[in-house]
Design a protein around this ligand. Structure first.
Ligand code: MG
Length: 257
């Protein structure tokens, strides 16, 4: 099933589900008990928001062999974790803003895991019970700032640097899904999730040995090779087989805005 968060006109944001090209509202909590109303709202008449509001976004660095080598790094022997702030999240169609502090903003196409059930020290064979579904992420990065700072909080943390969407897909096999990233229609990244160094269950188990995972938390599983620059007026589209497409235009942001 596909869950969305959406806004119709000036109504408050709410959860819904998608059937073909229509949305039906969902009553209750998608993380607990819920009831689906009939899908009658045409998708193109509402604004899609990021499918969840995470308490934290945990990201994995260098989780594809070719990408690690592209960055001049070895493949890590344990997952390399960092965080993006919840304030960086936007939905599909929303603008990625290039901050005035950076001259090298780049896209990173990634499969994102959405946690459905709270957990700490989750064993490998129980990970499935804690995952609600999957969505698409763009781990937008100010590469020059990331490299200058020596750690990643600033380079990864700007507002609009975490597009998520277009929806949450509950029926996906994360072991072999094709990820594609196009900028203005030109293919930049294409790889299967089977090339990940650490699998989704390994990542969830490892992260939960460090921090409690909460419903709605999002894990960005790393990007394959082929990252590249984003410039004002580009449109970046990331597609994952079995989910859909996350599409975001890019604009410059002036200081103080
Ligand atoms: Mg990344």
């Amino acid at each position: 099933m596909r869950f969305v968060r959406f806004q119709a006109g000036s109504d408050l944001p709410r959860f819904g589900w998608v059937y073909e090209d229509k949305i039906g509202p969902v009553d209750g909590s998608i993380f607990d008990e819920y009831r689906r109303q009939e899908a009658t709202l045409p998708l193109d008449t509402v604004r899609l928001l990021a499918p969840v509001v995470p308490s934290k976004i945990i990201c994995i660095g260098h989780n594809y062999v070719e990408r690690a080598h592209e960055q001049g790094e070895d493949v890590p022997d344990i997952p390399l974790l960092f965080l993006k702030p919840p304030s960086s999240v936007i939905g599909t169609g929303a603008v990625i803003e290039i901050p005035p502090q950076s001259h090298q903003v780049e896209h990173e196409a990634e499969l994102a895991v959405v946690i459905g059930r709270e957990g700490r020290w989750i064993p490998l064979d129980k990970v499935k019970e804690h995952i609600l579904g999957y969505t698409i992420a763009n781990d937008v990065t100010a590469r020059d700032l990331e490299q200058r700072d020596g750690q990643w909080t600033r380079g990864k943390g700007f507002d609009t640097f975490c597009p998520l969407g277009p929806w949450l897909e509950t029926d996906l096999d994360p072991a072999d899904a094709l990820i594609r990233c196009r900028v203005d229609g030109e293919i930049r990244q294409m790889a299967s999730t089977r090339d990940m160094v650490f699998t989704v269950p390994q990542l969830v188990a490892f992260i939960s040995s460090v921090m409690r995972l909460m419903p709605g938390d999002v894990i960005l599983t790393g990007t394959p090779a082929g990252i590249g620059p984003l410039e004002a007026n580009n449109v970046v589209e990331i597609s994952i087989e079995g989910i859909g497409s996350l599409i975001n235009p890019v604009r410059n942001s002036a200081a103080g805005q």
